[in-house]
Design a protein around this ligand. Structure first.
Ligand code: IMP
Length: 431
């Protein structure tokens, strides 16, 4: 049975955790394919709020095998803390999670350099999560990274660690005037994780291939979003991996023919954390209202998210880059009672109108959004259980986004709980 990819259609925080959790019900493997513990997925099950950063959201279903694929960067301390937290809730994650030996390790200097580089950039900082993600991927690309499998050979680990620190300590001491890092302390800390991590490590590619050959359903769960993609996002205000659908294939080790569904997750408005262009960004009272109502504070860093109107230019771009078969629209409830709503359908930059994302980054920086204004709706929709029971204006809004994005909205989320999701019959037929 072919696989499904879940991808963020905006700048992250679209609600992928909730979507994955909901759809994982009928899935055997849920795979993280990129990023690391910069992600933050909040899932609400009954009265319980579970926050995950590294482990795939499907872990909440006991029948799911959560997989961390080669494309992910793993901070072993965070992995073990998250496993302990889930085990303490009775979820028995330690016996189910599987980790690729090819995944790269986030080392202490990656976190430290992330912080120092941002500090050096000052007002030009990217606003990273400071989790060491960029420096870990930089080492991977420079072919000096340490991988999960290195934890199981103390000799190789020590050799690679020393080689890396030879360079890193020069940078820390000479460029940043910081103390050098002690190889023995890092070796002891990391090799101390090895015994607990060893039973989790497996050939995740073979696990996936065999599951697909058996006819099992597999889900590839993206972190961050299309506009944070290293190649296709608003560079340099991006993360250092590839959240898009193509990145799922490379990060997990699958070919495109293994995929039959690509689900784009998109909020009914837009948020972004960290610096970078955001044409539909709002400020003032409306921004305040959206932030508070939507609880728009980062799961990982607690930072306040920037908020703005729905941007159909971005959504269309994400649709083209990922080839969405469906959209999963989240947080529709947050827009109730706001009066008229606006949807950005084009940008105007340097006097030129762009219906598609302009090819040059500086045009996005000073793009002026062109809006379509539509009536809003009154009242609370968080208790609505059928799409047909939404206020007519809310349905018209959903259908407008669907028309502007060019992909069918199959699910509409009206609250954080699993049950607060409306599935639209026949959406696929309208695509
Ligand atoms: P990094 O991934 O920590 O290097 O951060 C690079 C950029 O991606 C920053 O603007 C972060 O705020 C953003 N970012 C990273 N992870 C997430 C996420 O899970 N949600 C939203 N933004 C993120």
């Amino acid at each position: 049975m072919p696989a499904t990819i879940i991808v963020g259609a905006q700048w992250g925080d679209e609600g992928k955790g909730k979507a994955t959790d909901l759809l994982a019900d009928a899935t055997e493997l849920v795979v993280r394919y990129q990023g690391g513990n910069n992600a933050g997925h909040t899932i609400v099950v009954g009265d319980e709020v579970v926050k995950l950063h590294l482990i795939p959201s499907g872990v909440l279903y006991p029948h799911v095998t959560p997989v961390i694929a080669p494309g992910v960067v793993v901070d072993p301390r965070v992995l073990l803390e998250e496993l302990d937290g889930l085990d303490a809730k009775g979820l028995d994650a330690s016996s189910r999670v599987r980790v690729s030996g090819d995944a790269h390790l986030i080392m202490p200097w990656h976190r430290e350099l992330d912080r120092l580089i941002e500090r050096r950039l000052g007002s030009q900082e990217l606003g990273t999560t400071r989790r060491g993600i960029g420096p870990a991927y930089a080492d991977k690309a420079a072919r000096v990274g340490l991988r999960v499998q290195d934890l199981f050979d103390a000799g190789i680990f020590a050799k690679k660690l020393e080689a890396a620190l030879d360079h890193v300590n020069l940078v820390l001491t000479r460029v940043y005037d910081q103390p050098a890092m002690d190889p023995a302390a890092i070796r002891d800390e990391y090799l101390g994780y090895a015994a607990r991590i060893a039973p989790l490590v497996t050939d995740t590619r073979a696990l996936l291939h065999e599951a697909l050959e058996r006819g099992a359903r597999v889900m590839l769960e993206g972190a961050q979003g299309t506009m944070l993609d290293l190649d296709h996002g608003t560079y340099p205000y991006v993360t250092s991996s590839s959240p898009v659908a193509g990145g799922a294939l490379a990060g997990a080790g699958l070919g495109p023919t293994a995929i039959d569904r690509v689900i784009g997750i998109t909020k009914a408005y837009v948020t972004r954390v960290g610096a970078g262009p955001f044409p539909t960004e709002l400020d003032g009272d409306l921004a305040e209202t959206l932030t508070e109502r939507g609880g728009e504070y980062g799961t990982t860093t607690g930072r306040r998210r920037r908020v703005g109107w729905f941007d159909a230019v971005v959504a269309r771009y994400a649709q083209r880059v990922n080839g969405f078969t469906d959209l999963f629209l989240t947080k529709l409830d947050v827009l109730g009672g706001l009066g008229e709503l606006r949807v950005c359908t084009a940008y105007v930059a340097d006097g030129v109108r762009h219906e598609h994302l302009p090819p040059h980054q500086s045009l996005i920086h000073h793009a002026i959004p062109e809006y379509e204004t539509v009536p809003g709706w009154e009242g609370d929709v968080t208790g609505v259980t059928r799409y047909a029971d939404l206020p007519a204006e809310a349905r018209a809004y959903v259908e407008l986004l669907e028309a502007r994005c060019g992909a069918p909205v199959t699910w509409v989320s009206v609250g954080p709980g699993r049950a607060q999701t409306l599935e639209r019959a026949g959406a696929a037929a309208r695509a």
